[in-house]
Design a protein. Structure first.
Length: 440
């Protein structure tokens, strides 16, 4: 799953159009319903009861006695989830830790009144984090890197605050911190498994932390990244391209860029990145978070798609008709063939635009109907009286119920075939002639 930056970077890729002119709103292609994917903050707000129930399944055995009510077992958990959701809803690119300590303090005091052991309190928040991540996975919610870090920081702060107001048992408090460390280590494993670069870089452009992908991209050993400058790690050629973006993010701007990139081993490719500034509570710029993806393969595919689209637009005549044989798409080849601009064709019925063209009961009409009704591709040759040319026509049914029509001018081939037949006729009916093999 992806673990991108916070909301400002989650911008869908812009697709290039194929170059075709399309009709107005009433004739536009069917709109596919957009998939409204749930994000972590939606999960916390809309599935709060389900998260609580999942958490209760794991923490019931920790209760000091079996007669505690559900309200007593839950404690201040809903308020904590609300604070976490509020932090994620903040408009800032790098969300600040939620104000969860006071909520957790009340939780710790309540646990102490109910007789909870400190060890039980220490386990509750790591189990809450697990419950949230399990629910996210079950609902297909992708947890972004900064969301995961924020979640871990919140659980750590809440656990420490709760322990501070429960029984003072230093050994168990230390155990709680170890559990928090284990949770952060699991998050580190997830981040390191990603092929994208993820790093935090300070205001002096020095790496504070980065994931294992730096080893693959730059040949940097995982333990040697901290303290090194961006220029030193990415190299002079790459740094010259990205330096203006770094200056912008350190000025407080969320930055996105897409640039050619030189990878380890001299491989040339393309990278896309999002840089998110991070300010301290006093507004001072502390550094930025960066997510960089290798999009070389996608760029190659996009270039191939553009070439294919250009070929389709500028190649042999083609057009698309809807179920009622109205033009919904026309390329330049069709404009050249008919001598009509596409604006005169779009939205009109084929037989109305070309009254002298083969009608629905002709070969062309029958084959068009067969492709539309039987949902099968067809191919045939015919002479167009309107255009004065021999055409090879291939017709494919479209998902919307219409047909896509491709014409190829075969007039020259037909002329050569006719000349060849005349030559054979001349040989057959002309002066005496015969052919012998090598044995005579």
């Amino acid at each position: 799953g992806r673990v991108p930056h916070p909301e400002p970077g989650n911008v869908p890729l812009r697709r290039r159009s194929a170059g075709f002119a399309r009709p107005g709103p009433s004739l536009s292609a069917p709109r596919w319903p957009a998939f409204l994917g749930m994000i972590l903050v939606d999960l916390l707000e809309q599935q709060q009861d389900a998260i609580v129930e999942r958490w209760l399944e794991q923490v019931r055995p920790l209760a000091p006695r079996p007669d505690l009510t559900r309200v007593e077992l839950v404690g201040t958990l809903p308020a904590l989830l609300t604070e976490l959701a509020r932090a994620l809803r903040q408009s800032s690119a790098f969300p600040a830790p939620p104000a969860c300590s006071h909520v957790a303090e009340e939780h710790g005091k309540q646990r102490r009144r109910l007789g909870y052991a400190t060890g039980a309190v220490a386990r509750e928040y790591p189990l809450l984090q697990d419950a949230i991540l399990q629910m996210a996975q079950a609902r297909g919610v992708e947890v972004r890197t900064t969301e995961g870090l924020l979640l871990a920081r919140c659980m750590g702060a809440a656990s420490e605050a709760a322990l501070a107001h429960s029984e003072e048992q230093p050994g168990l408090a230390r155990q709680a911190k170890e559990r928090i460390g284990e949770s952060e280590e699991r998050l580190r494993l997830v981040v390191d498994s990603l092929p994208s670069l993820i790093a935090y870089i300070d205001a002096d452009q020095r790496y504070v932390l980065g994931n294992a992908a730096y080893c693959t991209w730059y040949g940097v050993a995982p333990g040697t990244l901290h303290g090194r400058t961006v220029r030193e790690v990415v190299g002079e050629e790459n740094y010259a391209r990205i330096r203006p973006y770094i200056e912008r993010v350190l000025a407080g701007e969320v930055v996105h860029y897409s640039e050619p990139f030189l990878f380890a081993g001299g491989r040339h490719g393309h990278a896309e990145a999002t840089l998110v500034p991070h300010r301290g509570p006093d507004g001072r710029m502390l550094g930025y978070v960066v997510l960089v993806q290798d999009v070389t393969e996608r760029k190659v595919l996009e270039a191939e798609l553009r070439r294919a689209s250009d070929s389709l637009e500028h190649g042999d005549p083609m057009y698309i008709l809807d179920r009622d044989f109205r033009y919904v798409l026309v390329n330049q080849g069709m404009e050249r063939l008919t001598g009509k601009p596409r604006q005169e064709l779009l939205g009109r019925v084929l037989w109305e635009v070309f009254p002298t063209s083969p009608q629905p009961d002709s070969l062309v009409g029958r084959e068009f109907h067969r492709a539309r009704d039987e949902r099968v591709p067809v191919q045939f040759e015919s002479f167009s009286e309107t255009m004065g040319r021999w055409m090879e026509t291939t017709v494919y049914p479209t998902p919307e119920g219409g047909i896509a029509v491709f014409h190829r001018d075969i007039s020259e081939r037909k002329r050569l075939e006719a000349e060849l037949r005349r030559a054979f006729d001349a040989l057959e009916h002309g002066d005496p002639m015969y052919i012998l093999d090598r044995e005579f």
